[in-house]
Design a protein around this ligand. Structure first.
Ligand SMILES: CC(C)(COP(=O)(O)OP(=O)(O)OC[C@H]1O[C@@H](n2cnc3c(N)ncnc32)[C@H](O)[C@@H]1OP(=O)(O)O)[C@@H](O)C(=O)NCCC(=O)NCCS
Length: 115
């Protein structure tokens, strides 16, 4: 959790499984102040302390901000799960059809960083 004078301004959640740590969610409530980068640093420390060798996540194909953000911080694109969001939408119809920049949300893109 990122705090500023006691107020929550960001949150990262992760899941450690063996030698891999997945970033499950990353949210900054005040963009462009370094909160996202600080949360990445924090989760890297947690993952290293847990003995992980890989930090990974998925984001959706429309999330160009996240794709820029993660790649500039050392993550590499390793897989594209074509149609994964379309499949998830069958179970969760509330997932929107259109995302950032009016891009149809269809796929999950997997990124990773070696620790
Ligand atoms: C992706 C996300 C977490 C980034 O959080 P953020 O707090 O804006 O991240 P940062 O402030 O560390 O970095 C964002 C930009 O601000 C810039 N920045 C950071 N501190 C700055 C400062 N003091 N002055 C000016 N610019 C600054 C960084 O250079 C960075 O730009 P870059 O990515 O082109 O290098 C945020 O946009 C978000 O919550 N998105 C919605 C949820 C989401 O998509 N999560 C990720 C998918 S799992």
């Amino acid at each position: 959790m990122a705090l500023e004078q006691g107020e929550t301004v960001g949150l990262v959640t992760c899941h450690v499984a063996g030698a891999s740590c997945e970033i499950v969610t990353l949210d900054s409530l005040r963009p462009n102040l370094g909160i996202g980068a600080a949360l990445i640093q924090a989760v890297k420390m947690v993952a290293c302390a847990a003995g992980c060798r890989r930090l990974w996540l998925t984001t959706t194909n429309d999330n160009l901000d996240a794709l820029r953000f993660y790649q500039k911080r050392g993550f590499e694109l390793v897989a594209m799960h074509r149609g994964a969001v379309a499949a998830a939408r069958k179970l969760k119809p509330e997932i929107p059809l259109t995302g950032d920049h009016g891009i149809p949300i269809r796929d999950e893109i997997e990124l990773e960083m070696a620790l």
